[in-house]
Design a protein around this ligand. Structure first.
Ligand SMILES: [Zn+2]
Length: 296
């Protein structure tokens, strides 16, 4: 445990994915078990991939490209990994920059479980969701679960890997905007913690999902996570102080191409920097040392 803590405190920065060719990952290990979390560079969108200690895997979102070839950065990544099956696929919300890249994933790979709130999106999103439902072995409608539901993704490792559903999709009613319906998961491997929340917002033209997360049902205490997949690509109306004060992130990862929508914004970066240190694009982590960031 102390080994992991050492590395958490040694590096403190923000990682922009736009300059990186494929992915950054963060590997955390006990003597026999390792969890690897990859933040894949897919352009203006999000995709994260988790290798569990038992060899199973998780894919959260798929980025914007629906191309079924290795010109799609997500397919390129999965092919290089030699993936043939994905145990858990999560769609944070039904916007194209998150679901489009999952379409070829369902064409190519066996998918065991698909997680989605199924809150109505666009007609193309619904077409994708029908495909996902048909091609996965099991679907998990998060609206059938309570907020706070815990998934035990790996119980054979020391420690186990858990995923807590902090927002199931409907904190702001049955028909929220897709960003306001973003599923929020906290993944924990002992004291190593990660949060994934799609394009959750903090107000302005969106609902205050971030303050809901920080305040409701004592989530503030549950929320704290070292690694933050930055909400909504670093938009000005996300990554609020109330949320960051509860999250207390040490590392932040932003999925953006740096051109669309002006993401990330200086306002969000300044708020995140308070926790992670000065913003930096750092592509120097290539050492094979467990507990550090890697290029892949
Ligand atoms: Zn997005």
């Amino acid at each position: 445990m102390s080994f992991r803590k050492t590395y958490f405190h040694r590096i403190s920065t923000v990682f922009l994915l736009l300059y990186l060719s494929t992915a950054l990952f963060f590997a955390l290990s006990c003597p026999a078990d390792e969890l690897r979390v990859y933040y894949i560079s897919v352009g203006q969108g999000d995709a994260q991939y988790i290798e569990l200690p038992n060899g199973e895997n998780v894919l959260i979102d798929g980025g914007p490209s629906s191309t079924d070839s290795t010109s799609n950065p997500l397919i390129f990544f999965l092919e290089r990994k030699g993936v043939s099956k994905i145990n858990h696929v999560i769609l944070s919300h039904a916007h194209l920059d998150h679901y489009n890249g999952l379409s070829p994933v369902f064409d190519r790979y066996l998918v065991e479980k698909y997680y989605d709130s199924f809150i109505t999106g666009s007609s193309t999103a619904e077409t994708f969701r029908n495909k996902a439902k048909n091609r996965s072995q099991e679907t998990v409608n998060t609206l059938s679960l309570p907020n706070g539901a815990t998934f035990y993704w790996c119980t054979t490792s020391t420690p186990p890997v858990t995923a807590i559903l902090l927002h199931r999709g409907d904190a702001f009613g049955a028909t929220p905007s897709q960003n306001d319906a973003s599923l929020v998961f906290k993944v924990a491997f002992g004291s190593s913690t990660f949060i994934f929340g799609g394009d959750a917002g903090a107000g302005g033209s969106y609902k205050p999902l971030e303050s809901w997360l920080a305040n409701v049902n004592n989530h503030g205490a549950v929320l704290q996570s070292d690694c933050y997949k930055v909400h909504h690509h670093g938009s000005s109306s996300s990554s609020s102080d109330v949320f960051l004060n509860a999250l207390k992130p040490k590392y932040a990862f932003i999925g953006t191409n740096g051109m669309s929508h002006g993401h990330p914004t200086t306002a969000a970066m300044d708020r995140i920097d308070v926790w992670t240190g000065a913003a930096a694009v750092d592509n120097s982590f290539s050492q094979e040392i467990k507990g550090k960031f890697y290029h892949d």
